[in-house]
Design a protein around this ligand. Structure first.
Ligand code: 4NP
Length: 166
């Protein structure tokens, strides 16, 4: 890997106010804890535009905080330049992945799109991160559990495959 080039990861969900900003915070902390902050560019965006400029959903912030995550991202919509700026674009569910593949301009850009569920190991009943928007507290806790599991595996894989060191 080019020493000066950061590895870019963009997390994507529908609204960019629940799952993807939480994923961004979870992975950012893991990267910070491993002393790799200057090796990664981590961001999030939504396929929908209903919440542009908003902070993450209050319920997501309330559940993330006791785990040590302060969610300060402002919602934005996925843009065509994201497919150039980021190395990996991670959809939270199958609809996100379908939308992202439609937005990609080339096969190479489509190849950057992966599903977060591919990295879930400890929850065999989940191969995606479910939308918590119309769920209760358990839905938000589940999202955080799934994201902590998946981010750990995602980060290990990226570090290995791209020979990333401090
Ligand atoms: P997210 O959750 O995709 O995880 O940010 C949602 C947020 C808002 C809506 C749906 C899902 N909404 O319909 O407004």
């Amino acid at each position: 890997m080019n020493e000066s080039k950061k590895y870019g990861i963009l997390f994507v969900c529908l609204g960019n106010i629940c799952r993807s900003p939480a994923a961004q915070a979870v992975l950012q902390r893991m990267v910070d804890e491993r002393g790799l902050a200057d090796r990664f560019l981590i961001d999030s965006a939504g396929t929908g535009g209903y919440h542009i400029g908003d902070l993450p959903d209050k319920r997501m912030r309330v559940h993330a905080r006791p785990r040590g995550y302060e969610l300060t991202h402002r919602a934005r919509r996925v843009q065509s330049y994201d497919f150039e700026d980021f190395d990996l674009i991670v959809g939270m569910d199958a609809a996100n992945v379908d939308d992202l593949c439609r937005l990609a301009a080339t096969i190479e850009q489509q190849d950057k799109v992966v599903m977060m569920g591919n990295y879930i190991r400890q929850f065999p009943n989940y191969d995606y991160v479910p939308d918590p928007y119309y769920e209760g507290s358990e839905g938000f806790e589940l999202v955080l559990d799934l994201l902590e599991d998946a981010c750990d595996n995602l980060l290990n894989q990226i570090i290995q495959q791209n020979h990333i060191t401090k």
